[in-house]
Ligand binder design. Sequence first.
Ligand SMILES: *Cc1c(COP(=O)(O)O)cnc(C)c1O
Length: 229
Amino acid sequence: MDLASRLAETDARIADAARSAGRDPSEITRIVVTKFHPASLVQELYDLGVRDVGENRQQELSAKVPAVGPLPGLRWHFVGQAQTKKSRAIRAAASVVHSVDRARLADALDAAADGGEGEPALDVLLQVNLTDDVARGGVSPEGVAALAEHVNGCRTLRLRGVMAVAPLDEPPAAAFERLRACADDVRSVAPDARWISAGMTADFVEALAAGATHLRIGSAITGPRPVHG
Ligand SMILES: *Cc1c(COP(=O)(O)O)cnc(C)c1O
């Protein structure tokens, strides 16, 4: 199957799953995660109508954005763990950051605004850790409300909602229900922050059932990722 067929087939599966969950497929944003693939793949996806792409490593993002060059309407989503000291590079390259999980990172992204007239706010999501393993990144569910308050006070950030990766050792549906509760906590602080970024190739059906608005799909669309070092 070629890229166009995989994209079309995945979108059809997403639309079916959305309708089964009583959701309107047109309200779902499908982000294509292009990590480890060359910039040329982003151009091919763009030519097929894709407008949202995701990367999980800052260095790769920072290299790929200029390699792809300006494409009207293309949005780059940063979905990986973010080092505070890389905030300026991330902000320069991404229009959405899904992985804000601590106040210090929010402050650094806020301070990285270039201050230019009319510079758009940076859309950010709070990454929630749905496991007990702190190494996986993300704020604990108990910490979500306080972090939402903090981010909501950052002048150049726009709090949009929550993001999570399902744990490996638990059915995703149960974990995504906990994420939905975290999304409610965020909305009690910022009523317009309605995004829920959840669901990858293996679990987007469960994510849609639990209210996901943004899916991060890699291999189902791109095919297997090239081996990397
Ligand atoms: C790689 C990645 C994805 C996509 O994974 P697939 O299983 O290939 O769909 C989604 N989210 C994050 C954070 C990723 O790193």
